[in-house]
Design a protein around this ligand. Structure first.
Ligand code: ZN
Length: 371
């Protein structure tokens, strides 16, 4: 095992990160060490890379330097002395919400939102590196049929799964409006198609991403830059005049949230996944939520490990083919290009996947070009 490795490190409280030599982490007794095979850029990484208001308050300068990244697929190369389930050689991904088993929420089946829960790449060093240490308790053994470039994105696909299915999974034969066209929104389209929603509408701002949404199975896409369209009426027209059974907010902008509450039908479910830039958003509480009987479900992470199980099965069975969403494969060293791609507006990418190892990247490129 080498002593040092290359890693993408957030070193200073402003835009950017550095490509640095750092020590290979030593796993704690109940942690494992992975050789990272593939890792992908998430919105959270973009917030930290850009050092926005959220990153400044949630992470803070005192935690720097810190390795970025949390979406991963890798091979276990070392297992601590107390590990009982995960073994050297296992091909795994990792849940990023490191739960505390004694939290009340964890005991009630809500491990992803426990009081003492910690997040990889936010509270701990992340996986934009050659090696990555993570607790055994959050490792998820991958199906060998799922290649690393797809296995790495199971974590955000789990967000999409949870936002769409909610707690009761009562979605078949229903309509959904997805606000946003980022990768998680696009994953949600594929899952919606596979699990039998009958009207799938995506409202976004990138004609490129909306094209991917259609390839993933969206029935209708609407570009918000097409200002002549009354979006509330547009959705009513597609849903028999009622409004959508489900609205997934994957934007977080005040205007999208306000509109989402008008687009949803009476008694519908609103999944709140987009993180708002401002903490206070004016909404018509009485007429928008109370008297319309709207259920609002905050989505912070994914249900463990229910969503991992479903996502694995959806990918391994090819019921959902997410390859149209994996638009960029890059060497990890070119992370700056990856971030610039992910941050560009209007969006000209789906998911950006990074590879520390040149051979892994070449193999992934070959698999993707064979499709
Ligand atoms: Zn993520």
């Amino acid at each position: 095992m080498p002593r040092t490795m290359k890693a993408v490190v957030k070193t200073a409280p402003h835009l950017g990160a550095e490509w640095r030599d750092v020590p290979v982490p030593m796993p704690l007794p109940d942690w494992v060490l992975l050789r990272v095979r593939a890792t992908s850029i998430c919105g959270t990484d973009v917030h930290i890379y850009g050092w926005n208001q959220w990153a400044q308050t949630r992470i803070g300068i005192e935690r720097l330097p810190q390795i970025l990244g949390h979406e991963v697929a890798g091979e276990v190369v070392e297992a601590g002395s107390q590990c009982r389930c995960i073994r050297v050689g296992d091909y795994v991904s990792a849940e990023t919400h490191i739960y505390h088993p004694a939290d009340l929420q964890a005991m009630l089946g809500q491990r992803h939102i426990g009081e003492r829960m910690k997040i990889v790449g936010v509270d701990h060093d992340g996986c934009f590196a050659e090696y990555f240490a993570v607790p055994e308790s959050v490792c998820w053994v991958n199906d060998g049929a799922i290649p690393p470039e797809l296995a790495a994105v199971q974590e955000p696909m789990g967000n999409a799964c949870y936002a769409l299915l909610g707690e009761d999974c009562d979605v078949a034969g229903k309509s959904v409006v997805i606000l946003g066209d980022g990768p998680t929104a696009l994953f949600a389209v594929g899952i919606a198609r596979a699990v039998g929603l009958t009207t799938i509408v995506v409202i976004g701002a990138s004609s490129y991403a909306l094209g991917i949404a259609r390839r993933m199975g969206a029935d209708h896409t609407l570009d918000i830059t097409d200002s002549g369209v009354d979006r509330v009426q547009y959705v009513r027209d597609l849903t028999g005049g009622y409004g959508a059974d489900l609205v997934l907010d994957m934007v977080g902008a005040a205007s999208a949230i306000q509109e989402g509450l008008k687009i949803i039908r009476k008694g519908g479910r609103y999944s709140a996944f987009g993180v708002s830039g401002s903490a206070t958003i004016p909404i018509d509480y009485n007429n928008g939520i109370v008297f319309r009987g709207i259920q609002i479900h905050g989505i912070s992470g994914r249900k463990l490990f229910d969503t991992w199980y479903r996502v694995r099965n959806l990918l391994a069975s090819a019921r959902v083919d997410i390859r149209p969403i994996i638009t960029h494969l890059l060497p990890l060293e070119r992370f700056t290009e990856g971030f610039e791609t992910a941050m560009g507006t209007p969006r000209q990418c789906g998911k950006v996947v990074l590879f520390p190892d040149a051979q892994e990247l070449a193999a992934a490129r070959q698999r993707m070009s064979a499709t």
